[in-house]
Write a protein that binds this ligand. Sequence first.
Ligand SMILES: [Mn+2]
Length: 392
Amino acid sequence: PTVQATPSSSSGSSASGAVSVNWLNCLASKRVIRSVCLALMALMGLWLLHNWFSSSQSMLGPVTWTKYKADAVPVAMATTAAARPTRPTNTTASELADPASLASRLAKSNLPACPEDPPGLLGNKIPVKSDPSLAPTWAELQSTLSYIRHGGCQPEHCVARQRVAIIVPYRNRDPHLRLLMSSLHPLLRRQQLDYRIFVVEQAGTTRFNRGLLFNIGFVESAKIFPAYCYIFHDVDLLPENDHNMYRCGANPRHLGAEISSFGYKLPYGAYFGGACALTAEQYRKMNGFPNIYFGWGAEDDDFGFRVAWAGYKVARYPPGIARYKMIKHNRDAHNEADPKRIKYLEQSKKRWKEDGLNSMQYNVIGVQDRQLVYFISVEISEEAIRRRAHLT
Ligand SMILES: [Mn+2]
C-alpha cells in the first residue's frame, strides 16, 4: 500500500496546486464564516446576559417567569375608560358599586352625590416636584394643606361617591412622605373623594415587609375609617395625571402602570406593583397580600397572581393616565432581597389561602393622628411569621 500511495501523490503534483488554491479559497471563506459565527455568538452571549440581568432586576427569575406565563394575570382595560381615553373617570354603575354606603351617606345629607366626572381635574398639567431635598417641611405643608383633618378630607358641596383609604407602607423616608403629602392631598381633593391617608411604619430594624404592612394598614385603618375602596400605595410615587382616579372598580385596578423609573412602561405584563386600587371585598377575597416576603421584591408579583387566583382580572387605564414619577433613591438598609422569594412565588397558588389577611402576626406600637396623615407604628417579627407559615 505504501508503494501504490507514492505515485498517486506525485502524479497529483499539478492537481495539488488547484487543490491548494481551492483549499485557500475555502480557508478564506471559512475564516469569514468563523468570524461571523464568533460575532453572532458574542451577540447572543450579550443578549443572554442582558436578559438574565433584566430578569434578575425584575426579580422574577427566568424559570419562574416561564412557569407562570400560562397563568399570566389577564389584563383588562377599564371598559368605559377606553371609550373616553382623555377622561377615564366616567365609570359604569357596576364600577362604582358602592350603593349601600353611598345611599346611606346621601340619606344623612342634604347634598347631592358628587358627579362621576369631577369638574376640577387638571389632567397631566399638575406640577410634580420630586426632589426630596426640596420637599416642603411639615409646618409648610400644614399651612398649605390647612383643609386636611385626620389624614384627609371630603368634598364640601357634594357627597363623595366612594370612601377611600390610602395605605402607605413606610420606614425612614420622611422627605418622600412630605413630597407625597404635597402631591396627593390636592389631587384627592380635586377627585372629590371622602378619603384618609394611613402610613404604616415598620419600627425597629427587622427586614422590611411591604405586604404585611399593607395587610396591617387594611385592618387597623378600618377601625378608624372603614372604607369601601383601598389604595395600596408606595411612598415614593408621585402621580402625574389626576385623571388616574383613586377609586375602585369591578376588578382590582393597577394604578402604577406607567412609572418613570421603568420608562413609563410596564416592566413586564404581570407587573402589579407601585399603586393598586381594590375594594375591601376584592382584597378580602384575595386574602390580602402575602405576609412571608421579608426584604425587597416579589410580594407585588404574588399579589398580582392572587388577582387571578381569586377570579378577578387586572384593570388598567389606557396609556398616558396612570403615570407616576418615582422619587430617586438608593436601596434602603434592612430591605435586602431574599433569594427565597422566587421559591415562595412559585408556591403562590398553593399558599395564598393560608398566608395573608387570615394569618397576620404583629403588634401595634402606636396610632397617631398627625393631621395630614395617620401614623400606625407596628412591630413585626420575621421569626413569628415564618413559624406560622411553617417556614423554619
Ligand atoms: Mn422606589
